[in-house]
Design a protein around this ligand. Structure first.
Ligand SMILES: [Zn+2]
Length: 184
């Protein structure tokens, strides 16, 4: 009976054209920081992106994750990032690196804090949890990261991402203090 149910579930997914990719497990995976493999798992998921990656981040200082986004963008994946306004001035923010590498980078300053930590990959995989995209979240903090392979839930996340996109502004690289002084 179970085999029959599995067969029909697979057949329906195939017909719907949204069969989850085998490489990112179906269902939900969880990773606990510190040193629980969250960054590695996120980098691996990004390496498998083929179409789109949408990011919402409160703090984004993780070099491996920024590099994985740029690598995805360079192989033709559409990557877009929304960051909290703190990233305009955060010393170790990857905002400059991302925008310098031609990844559309937006700032959402319509909230007390834009506290989401979300990546939506190819419209069906969601990465979220308390895990900020930072070195500290990987190495020092107690955090959790969920990797959820669920096209239906991902649709809700996509809608919410685009709602925030509507009121976000393009990130502008700050003018270096030295050039301001030079201009005087
Ligand atoms: Zn917003």
């Amino acid at each position: 009976m179970r085999c029959v149910a599995l067969f029909w579930a697979s057949a329906l997914l195939a017909l719907a054209g949204c069969q989850p990719r085998a490489s990112i497990p179906q269902g939900v995976q969880v990773f606990f920081s510190p040193h629980g493999g969250a960054t590695e798992a996120a980098v691996s998921a990004l390496a498998q992106a083929t179409n789109s990656v949408l990011v919402q981040a409160y703090s984004f200082t993780s070099a491996p994750l920024a590099q994985a986004l740029v690598a995805a963008q360079r192989r033709g994946v559409s990557v877009q990032v929304i960051l909290d306004r703190s990233q305009r001035t955060e010393k170790y923010s990857e905002a400059d690196f991302l925008s310098h590498n031609e990844i559309p980078t937006l700032i959402d300053d319509r909230h007390a804090i834009a506290h989401n930590k979300i990546m939506i990959i190819d419209g069906y995989v969601i990465l979220t949890g308390s895990f900020n995209f930072t070195k500290a979240a990987e190495e020092k903090n107690a955090e959790n990261l969920l990797i959820i392979n669920d096209p239906v839930l991902a649709k809700t996340y996509l809608e919410n991402w685009h709602n925030h996109e509507q009121h976000s502004e393009t990130y502008l690289r700050p003018t270096p203090v030295s050039s301001q002084n030079d201009a005087r």
